[in-house]
Every structure is written in structure tokens, then in C-alpha cells.
Design a protein around this ligand. Structure first.
Ligand SMILES: [Zn+2]
Length: 465
């Protein structure tokens, strides 16, 4: 077993602290053990039942919180059968626990005591938990915009949280500075051990479906670690003659930040970085995925596809999933929302991986954002995730101000802008509908405002004018 550079082909010994080649290329594991059904430990209901297929030294003791062997739930989406792989039921609430468990096991066995990581939330949370499990000290750099719930969870495990303002890439830059000072990088993006943890999802699906591969697997796509893990896992099953072909791997990105989908549409072999747009699917907000080339190749080999969806669809899917009892974060709902666009590509009953728990997004904010998104959708308004109720209200206020000025505070007709009355009507309607969507008692609020206005008029002595 060794590491090999995907750019210059140079070999390195399998060292869990090495995360890239000296030339800057990403590293792959060569000669790893592969899946052997006879070596599955059937008494172990965690991912460690596949220990024999993981490239870890024999003496390494698994660092575990009981991750893996998550339920595969049969459900329906718009009348179509679907299997939902409930990865959000992992110990820290996301699929990243698989990668973190394997990586921390290797780091611990190598005698590492301190690690750093940069993450938008779930990977940092997973690393913090597994580091805590085995007494490693961890520092996690997160973008300041990352869900405060995730930041709190990282801190709760005892890791140091460093919130970095600016786009996700700034957190990556901050971690590089720490590395220059000699820190060990436990990277969910670069470490070749991470996808080794992810590949166990493929083994589980094979077992849970009674010894066959699904026709297709749909996943949210950011860096592509899960997709690459699935590709590796199903690849091993294929090599062992246990399945006949790879399932179609279907990756879903968020439209505001979709470098892989753009490359896919162009038919390109590699990814060009995009500007990092804001999206509710914060787990896939990755503007320049370093494994882009490998991800595109894996999708192509599996006869799959990459697509990107607007946030409204994600939020609507999140709500709809919750109404069926699946409480997941927007990033997971993104993959489910894609089912409606993929009908002719699914082949049979697809598997969608529900990657992260709904407990991870701040509930109040998620709720309000969903309501605003739905409101905007119903009324054909432009909506992006940075729009919130306040923006809509201030727009209404702008129209109201114009009406007041144009009519000299209601004393004359708006003769120079005859459509103003219509605009005011629309604005008031929007405001009332928005209030209703957000569960605010608009009539009560309006009544109170009028009372206040009346009192002011009486005080000024011009009531009745
Ligand atoms: Zn190299």
C-alpha cells in the first residue's frame, strides 16, 4: 500500500499526515485491500464490519462512536418509490462521521496528538467528535457564515473553533497558515483516507439491498468526497464480481455555486473555479473543488450526471421531506429535489443519500427562510437565499413612501404617476400575504398602527382633516 500523486505519479509511503504531493497534486491510495464478502464482520453493526477492506495498519484500534450501518428507508417522492439512506442518523448527525472515524483512527495509530481542519460545518463537527473520543486536540477553521448550530456543536466537543470572515476559501487559507507552523491537517477534502470511510456506504447499500447494487444513487455534490467514495466502493464490488455494473452516480449542486455542473454541461474533463455564491445548501458551497477532475470522470464512467438546482426547490423539498418525517438540512434536501429532474435517468428505484440532520440548521431561520421562499414562489417574485422578509418589507416601504410623496400625503391625486395607486395596492397585498406566510397577525398590527396614527393626529389637533 502506498500513496500516489494524481498529477506527477510520484509515490509516497502511506502516512496519514501527508495530504498532498510536494508538487501540489492530490494523492490516491494504491494497493488498498478491497471488499471481500467473506471478511465482513457480521456481528458488528457499524462501518467497522468492513474493517478488512480499509487501508489501516493491523495494530490500529478503531476510533468509533457507532457510525455507519444507517437505515435504508423505503419511501415515495411524488408517487415514485425511492430509498432514502439515512446518513443523518450518524453520531454527529452527518455522513462525514465515516471519513472522520477512519482518518482519526489512522492519525491516532500514527501517534498524532493535535490536528487542524477547515470546514463549513459537518466535517469539522465530525472531526471534533472523533478527536474528542480519543483525546486529540483539534482546531477547526469555519467560515463565519457557517450555521451557528454547527459551530456550537464543534465547540461542544471541546475543539477550538476559529470563525473566519469571508467566503469558504478564506477558512482554507487560514488553515494553510496553521500548517506552515507545523500543524497536522486532518482534511476531509484532501486526505485519501476520507473517501475510504465513505466507500462503506456502497458496501452497506449492497448488503441492505440483498446483494445487489441500486440502479442509481443521488447525492449532494460539493467537493465530491461522498460520490468518490461510492465510486470506489461500488468499483470494488464490481471488481469482486458481486455486481454487474456501477450504479449511475448523480451529483446535485446548488445553482449559486455550481462549478461541477457547469463543467458537466460543457462536457469538460476538468473544473474551472466559479465565484462562491450564497446558498442555503451550505454543505456544497464549494467554488473550486480540488478533486473535480476525478469526480467528473467517476460520474461519466457510471453513466451518471451532474445538475444544479435553485435554492427555492431545495427549501421546498426540505419542507416536504419534513412533512414525511425526514428532518434533514437543506444540503440533503437538494439531492431529493433533483429527483423531479432526473426521472428518465434513474433506471429503477434510486437511492438518495440524506447526508445531514435538520438539527444542524438553525430552526427559526430555516423556518422563516422557507416561508419567504414559498411566499416568493407563490407570488412569482425573485428569490435568493439572501432575501429575507425584511427586504420584501423595505421594498413595500419604498413604494409607500413614493405614494405619500406623490400624493402630498394623501391630499391630492397622484396625477403624474397614475399607476402609483396600483403599485401601492400590490405592495400592500404583498405585505399582508407575507405577514400571513410568516404567521404574523397583520390585521392586528395594522389596526394598532392606525390607532397610534390616530392618537398622534389627535395630539396634533388635526384629527378629521
Ligand atoms: Zn506530485
Amino acid at each position: 500500500m502506498k500513496l500516489q500523486c494524481s498529477r506527477c505519479a510520484r509515490s509516497w509511503p502511506l502516512d496519514p499526515t501527508r495530504w498532498r504531493c510536494d508538487c501540489g497534486g492530490v494523492l490516491e491510495i494504491v494497493g488498498a485491500p478491497s471488499f471481500d464478502p467473506a471478511r465482513v464482520d457480521e456481528r458488528d453493526y457499524t462501518l467497522w464490519r468492513y474493517r478488512a477492506a480499509l487501508p489501516l495498519p493491523d495494530e490500529a484500534t478503531p476510533v468509533t462512536l457507532g457510525e455507519g450501518w444507517t437505515p435504508l428507508v423505503a419511501a415515495e417522492w411524488d408517487g415514485q418509490p425511492v430509498y432514502l439512506k439515512a446518513e443523518y442518523l450518524n453520531p454527529t448527525g452527518s455522513f462525514k462521521d465515516r471519513g472522520a472515524a477512519v482518518l482519526v483512527t489512522a492519525l491516532k495509530a500514527a501517534g498524532v496528538r493535535k490536528v487542524v481542519e477547515d470546514s463549513s460545518g459537518n466535517a469539522g463537527t465530525a472531526l471534533a467528535a472523533y478527536a474528542a473520543r480519543v483525546g486529540l486536540s483539534a482546531t477547526v477553521y469555519v467560515p463565519a457564515h457557517a450555521s451557528p448550530v454547527k459551530q456550537a456543536q464543534i465547540a461542544a466537543y471541546g475543539a477550538e473553533v476559529v470563525a473566519v470572515p469571508g467566503p469558504r476559501s478564506e477558512a482554507a487559507r487560514a488553515v494553510r497558515r496553521a500548517l506552515e507552523e507545523g500543524a497536522v491537517y486532518a482534511s476531509h477534502v484532501y486526505s485519501p483516507l476520507y473517501p475510504q470511510g465513505m466507500k462503506t456506504v456502497a458496501f452497506e447499500l449492497w448488503e441492505q439491498l440483498g446483494g445487489r447494487a441500486p440502479e442509481s444513487v443521488v447525492v449532494p455534490l460539493g467537493h465530491g468526497g461522498l460520490l468518490l467514495g461510492l465510486h470506489a466502493g461500488f468499483g470494488e464490488l464490481l471488481a469482486a464480481g458481486l455486481i454487474e455494473r456501477l450504479p449511475r452516480l448523480l451529483g446535485v449542486q446548488a445553482q449559486p455555486c455550481a462549478p461541477l455542473a457547469r463543467a458537466w454541461e460543457r462536457g469538460a474533463a476538468d473544473v474551472e473555479p466559479v465565484e462562491e455564491g450564497e446558498t442555503v445548501a451550505e454543505g456544497v458551497r464549494i467554488a473550486a473543488p480540488p478533486w473535480g477532475r476525478a469526480v467528473l470522470a467517476a460520474v461519466r464512467e457510471s453513466n451518471g450526471a451532474v445538475l444544479a438546482l435553485p435554492d427555492e426547490e431545495t427549501l421546498m423539498a426540505q419542507r416536504k421531506l419534513a412533512h414525511q418525517g425526514f428532518y434533514v438540512e437543506p444540503t440533503s434536501a437538494l439531492a431529493v429535489a433533483a429527483l423531479n429532474h432526473l426521472r428518465d435517468r434513474l433506471g429503477g428505484t434510486p437511492v438518495v443519500v440524506l447526508t445531514g440532520s435538520g438539527f444542524k440548521s438553525p430552526p427559526l431561520m430555516a423556518n422563516r427562510q422557507q416561508r419567504v421562499a414559498l411566499f416568493a414562489h407563490r407570488h412569482d417574485l425573485l428569490y435568493d437565499p439572501s432575501t429575507h422578509a425584511l427586504d420584501l418589507v423595505s421594498e413595500v416601504g419604498e413604494v409607500a413612501k413614493e405614494v405619500l410623496l406623490a400624493t402630498d400625503y394623501g391630499r391630492r391625486a397622484p396625477h403624474f404617476r397614475p399607476h402609483l395607486a396600483d403599485e401601492l395596492g400590490d405592495a400592500l397585498y404583498s405585505l399582508l400575504a407575507l405577514a400571513e406566510a410568516c404567521g404574523v397577525d397583520a390585521e392586528g398590527a395594522l389596526g394598532a398602527a392606525l390607532k397610534k396614527y390616530e392618537r398622534r393626529l389627535i395630539e396634533r389637533g388635526d384629527a378629521g382633516s
